[in-house]
Design a protein. Sequence first.
Length: 276
Amino acid sequence: MNEIFLAITYPPIPITQLGPVAFSLHGVFAAVGFYFGSTYAIKLCEKDGHDEQLFSDAFTWAIFGAIIGARFFTIPAHIGDPGYGLDDVFSVAGSYSIMGGMSGGIIAAYLRIVIIGKAEFNTYSDYAAPALIMGIAIGRIGDLAIVEHLGRATNFVFGYEIKPGYDVAPQHNALECVAPEVSCGTFHHVAMYDLILATIFFFIFRYLQKNLNLGSGSWIGLWAIWYGVQRMILDTLRFGMGDATIGNFTWNQIGGATLATIGLIIFLRFKNIRTG
């Protein structure tokens, strides 16, 4: 057991079973993050005189794309698991991925704007990029509420200490303990790190957007580079804590590397740096 002088600790708000539905603040804040992020992006679009109705429709499509992407992005990580079959693939009770959700939402929005709306996607993606960062920051509040995505044991002052009797997210049931123990251990609060870094980057990102012209379409690439790299780094703290792995990497690290690579390609394709 790691000894630590200071740590963050608070009682989790557990997942509540309401009939057949498991009610969790994880999902609630994901929805709240989507709402505020999309509202912010549409206001940016409206301010610049672009088609906010088309953009609003694209976000409606993105809702369904995000749900599908969040669910199906996790499937490759579990193929080959003992007993994993079609029932698990199409079950709504399975695991969900934030990167899969964002990817699915972007694809669905692209279909609405470009394929059906016959409009240019680049301009709208510039507005969507800061909205995605805002949505990540807000959505992570739900992870903090239920204490999900803890990393390995740590002495770090911002680690989360599990007290006896705390009911943390189900993926961390093995870390729970009961009295007479003084502490169940202190672990990296990875979701909190993600929230803090996203909040900081949001203001940096908006400052850059206001002061640089990187070229229409490049901002979504910059977002993908940032978040892909951030997830690759943060998930090193989660390896061995129950997440699906591929060799020496978590599935989210593979996803982060893929996202960052695609983002770099998009950024290099559209960048056109000029001050202004």
